[in-house]
Design a protein around this ligand. Structure first.
Ligand code: MSP
Length: 508
């Protein structure tokens, strides 16, 4: 049995979920569903990051006790997941006891392995990014230093525990040399390697100036730096510190999907913590880009935050999922605008895919009494298009296994365009009068093409897939990569065709 572990970042609960959170969660859901189709056992984790100064401050602004505040906010993230059509295996919260125990165990293990020492930290800190910065990394704006992300920074001076990150520079470089596929896309791999080469300093991993965090074992004056606490969630869910249980043994290490802003934490600090605790580093970290809104950076102060619920109620859930991954190469930045989503829906889902389904199925409804007499006496044109569908499936699988979701979708839509041309040329509506047996071949091939394309699209648009398989009277659960090319030689009843992807009115 093959196992696949996939994680979203755990989301800060200082604010409400927006398109950025939805994007990562849907990406993971698509990859999880695809791996299930491949017959793998999948474990998909998401959750909330509830400690640290940023969350503590947000609770204060809202006049709430931190625990009450995080209980409330975490629910917003938990509830969003099924509303995005995502099916997770576990939702972790860093304020849960299981996590506090796991994080403290990880800390004790690092201490036991002589990876931690007590000293003093003096330098720049950004609460918004929850990150320490070197002065050389900062930008000066109107004579004030700000973080590269634009976040404010403050000078902090306090007693702190340090992790001996500097000891891991060479080991990390060797690890990445030996595992060039462990950070994707390639440009991000290069970025991380050159960051490590530029020199790693020991990392401050505890704070004393606030209380909302996991206490450091044996020194209650300190709470853990929120990132060591947060990263550990990926272990907690698998039962850490018990690494002999089946879940841990089967699933660790996994694939972490993250935004580009938090790549350094996942591909420098995290593998170093893991190796220092005698654990394997992540199998892969995939960093995706950021969405802007009509060309503008999304931020609360600009008032242009995109609420996923609004988009779903305006355009539909599968339409939203489809747009996010069809429009922009996974890994690049993307711009969200209502015109682009409308155009994508109309061009790809309504015209290309929807039309193919609608005209074939309603033709069978009207002219064949909804019953298709399967006939596979193929001629060259039929064989060619069926071969194209096989080649498409191979490419689709390769791209999806490399997290190239956009490239996989593009292949399916090339096949769909080719299928539409095939149907236009074969014109079953004319064959009805001249050659019914040939008409049945064309209809049988067309239904096969719809079946195969729908199977490939199922991780991306799962709700619509269900409707299409219902229409075709095919039990989706019985389909797999092993039997998807088996052709159905029995007569097949088609249900009444209704448009699956209504067109969207576009205002120019
Ligand atoms: N709590 C940390 C992650 C800890 S993981 C051990 C965190 N949380 S976050 O809520 O601020 O961000 C979560 C994810 O949302 C990040 O991967 C981030 O890149 C992503 N996005 C936030 N805004 C985004 C866009 N505008 N576009 C795409 N993704 C963005 O960081």
């Amino acid at each position: 049995m093959s196992y696949f572990y996939i994680t979203t970042p755990i989301y800060y609960v200082n604010d409400n979920p927006h398109i950025g959170h939805a994007y990562t969660t849907i990406a993971c859901d698509i990859l999880a569903r695809f791996n299930k189709l491949q017959g793998k056992k999948v474990y998909f984790l998401s959750g909330t990051d509830e400690h640290g100064q940023k969350v503590e401050k947000a609770a204060e602004i809202n006049n709430k006790k931190p625990q009450d505040f995080v209980d409330e906010m975490s629910e917003n993230f938990r509830n969003l997941i099924p509303n995005l059509g995502c099916e997770i295996n576990d939702f972790i919260r860093t304020t849960q006891n299981r996590h506090i125990e796991a994080a403290q165990s990880l800390w004790s293990k690092l201490e036991k392995n002589n990876q931690i020492y007590l000293s003093n930290y003096e330098g720049w800190y950004s609460i918004r990014d929850e990150a320490f910065y070197l002065e050389s990394e900062l930008i000066k704006k109107n004579n004030i230093f700000i973080a590269p992300s634009g976040a404010p920074v403050e000078w902090v001076k306090e007693e702190s525990y340090f992790f001996k990150l500097s000891n891991w520079q060479d080991k990390l470089l060797t690890y990445y040399k030996d595992n060039p596929d462990s950070i994707k896309p390639q440009s991000r791999y290069n970025e991380v390697v050159s960051f490590i080469k530029s020199g790693l300093k020991d990392l401050s991993i505890s704070r004393t100036t606030f209380k909302w965090g996991i206490p450091v074992p044996n020194n209650q004056k300190h709470v853990m730096y929120v990132w060591i606490d947060a990263l550990c969630n990926y272990l907690t869910s698998l039962g850490y510190p018990n690494i002999d249980n089946d879940k841990f043994k089967n699933y660790w290490p996994g694939l972490h999907v993250v935004g580009k802003d938090i790549l350094r934490f996942h591909s420098v600090y995290w593998p170093a913590f893991l190796m220092a605790a005698d654990l394997q580093p992540p199998k892969k970290v995939f960093a995706h880009g950021w969405w802007t809104n009509d060309g503008q950076k999304i931020s609360k102060s600009l008032g242009n935050v995109i609420n996923p619920y609004d988009i779903i109620s305006e355009f539909g859930l599968d339409q939203f999922r489809f747009f996010l991954f069809r429009e922009v190469p996974f890994g690049n930045d993307g711009d969200f605008c209502k015109n682009s989503i409308s155009q994508r829906i109309n061009a790809d889902l309504s015209n290309n895919f929807g039309n193919l389904i609608q005209r074939i199925c309603s033709f069978i409804n009207k002219n064949c009494n909804s019953l298709i007499e399967n006939n596979f006496n193929l001629i060259k044109e039929d064989q060619d298009i069926l071969t194209s569908s096989k080649n498409c499936l191979d490419k689709y699988r390769m791209h999806m296994n490399n997290q190239e979701i956009d490239k996989a979708i593009k292949k399916i839509f090339e096949l769909l365009s080719e299928s539409n041309i095939y149907i236009d040329k074969q014109a079953p509506w004319s064959l009805k009068k001249t050659d019914v047996s040939r008409m049945n071949v064309v209809l049988s091939v067309s239904i096969e093409l719809i079946k195969r394309s729908t199977f490939m699209l199922s991780p991306i648009i799962p709700e619509s897939t269900k409707k299409i398989f219902n229409l075709l009277n095919i039990n989706f659960k019985t389909l797999s990569f092993d039997n998807i090319f088996e052709i159905n030689s029995f007569s097949q009843k088609i249900n009444t065709a209704k448009p699956i992807f209504p067109r969207i009115e576009v205002n120019d």
